[in-house]
Design a protein around this ligand. Structure first.
Ligand code: FAD
Length: 384
């Protein structure tokens, strides 16, 4: 290590929704922040592109102008309904109470980042810089890229580097657990018949549980179509997700008909989802884990953006407080875990129970359409 090491108050690794939200919420803190990102922006991110109501609501509190910008952004679809198709039974709808959108992550993440760079005065953004070196020192953490021979240190390092987090492996020795990890593939299609404006679709088949196929409209005759499943089941049943996606579409009579004139735009691409059905260590001396790096994806739905944003925003108040009292120890940073679970803990627990039932008792999925005829259950399920 030959270069001089520049010191920051906070280094955030990863500029997805978690890292960028954390930077945004540090706007008035006056802290010196470095946000590093391994690629250049804007970039594609493999996702279903559904931005749930809680994401919009939380961001609206911190950055109302950003949400205004999103509302007037052309290439997106406002979502009010999800139509569920379960094992070829009569479909049912859930109507969402909060403002939700489908928008390509290429656009959403870029809007978020552009807003943070413009509004967080003390933020330095460094793209095309992949962190491959992390060392804990007594009162700080050092991160860097070995081949660039460039290193930075910080009082607090925030791991926001996603589902295959390098930092989580180094800092808390987090290993991938196939019982709490899913894989998903997605493709963009045009010309699918029968997609309705403002409506996403979820198709669940008992043979493919725990998992589902989604059809999410993005406006302008473009649709995000994908299929995801629990990793342990994928290995047990030797499933090829890319093949399964096209097989489900070609074998289901209704879908086959609807995809008759559809055209795939680009490749079918896949990535992993670190599910919040297991609790991982969220903090330690001089570091915090947020978003997918902290395994916070809702296990029943695969919605990870909401908890990524929530954890980013909540982590910022712990970071600000730790700097006020000049204490970056794990005892001081524990507040993040307390605040985060207060906000999302009970919902994650309920989702985990539903997800475990779907894993071990998949036949119960058949009773869901009947349950949804009950107004109270339907109301409960449509809360977000
Ligand atoms: C197929 C699929 C479909 C999904 N569909 C949905 C959906 O419809 N709705 C939803 O809410 N969620 C969905 N999710 C989950 C959602 O994508 C994630 O929960 C969300 O992106 C988490 O945000 P994040 O900021 O924690 O991580 P990310 O968005 O993954 O951002 C982390 C960033 O850090 C960068 N990075 C990684 N390593 C390094 C490094 N060493 N150095 C520097 N930078 C690094 C990465 O390039 C990455 O872009 C889906 C996930 C998958 C895989």
């Amino acid at each position: 290590m030959t270069n001089r090491v520049r010191h920051f108050d906070v280094i955030i690794v990863g500029a997805g929704p978690a890292g960028t939200s954390c930077a945004l919420a540090l706007k008035d803190s006056n802290l010196n922040i470095l946000l590093v990102y391994k690629e250049s922006f804007p970039r594609d991110k493999i996702c279903g592109d559904a931005i749930g109501g809680r994401s919009i609501k939380s961001l609206d509190k911190f950055a109302p102008e950003l949400i205004e910008e999103l509302r007037s952004f052309g290439k997106k679809e406002f979502i009010s309904t999800t139509r569920f198709f379960i094992d070829n039974q009569k479909p049912f709808n859930l109507y969402w109470k909060n403002e939700s959108y489908c928008i390509k992550r290429f656009d959403f993440d870029a809007l978020l980042l552009k807003y943070a760079i413009k509004n967080v005065r003390t933020l330095t953004f460094k793209a095309n810089f992949k962190i491959d070196y992390v060392v804990k020192e007594c009162d700080k953490i050092l991160v860097g890229n070995k081949s660039a021979n460039t290193y930075y240190s910080a009082n607090i390092v925030v791991a926001a580097d996603g589902s295959q987090s390098f930092l989580a492996k180094q800092l808390i020795d987090l290993q991938l657990d196939p019982f709490n990890y899913s894989a998903g593939v997605r493709a963009y299609y045009s010309n699918i018949d029968g997609t309705l404006p403002n409506q996403t679709e979820v198709h669940i088949y008992r043979n493919n549980m725990p998992g589902y196929l989604w059809i999410f409209p993005l406006g302008n005759n473009t649709t995000n179509v994908g299929f995801g499943m629990l990793s342990s089941e994928i290995s047990k049943r030797k499933i090829n997700l890319r093949k399964s996606l096209t097989q489900i579409i070609s074998q289901n009579p209704q879908l086959k008909e609807r995809f008759h004139s559809a055209k795939i735009e680009g490749d079918v691409k896949g990535f992993g989802l670190a599910l919040g059905s297991r609790k991982v260590k969220l903090y330690g001396n001089n570091f915090l884990l947020i978003g997918d790096a902290a395994s916070l994806i809702d296990p029943k739905s695969g919605d990870g953006i909401s908890n990524a944003i929530e954890s980013g925003l909540i982590s910022a108040s712990t970071i600000i407080n730790a700097h006020k009292i000049k204490d970056f120890s794990k005892e001081s940073l524990k507040q993040y875990k307390t605040d985060l679970y207060k906000k999302i803990g009970s919902e994650l627990l309920i989702s985990t129970i539903i997800f475990r039932i779907a894993t071990y008792l998949p036949f119960l999925i058949r009773i869901v359409p009947s349950l949804m005829r009950n107004k109270w259950i339907r109301e409960l399920a449509s809360r977000v």
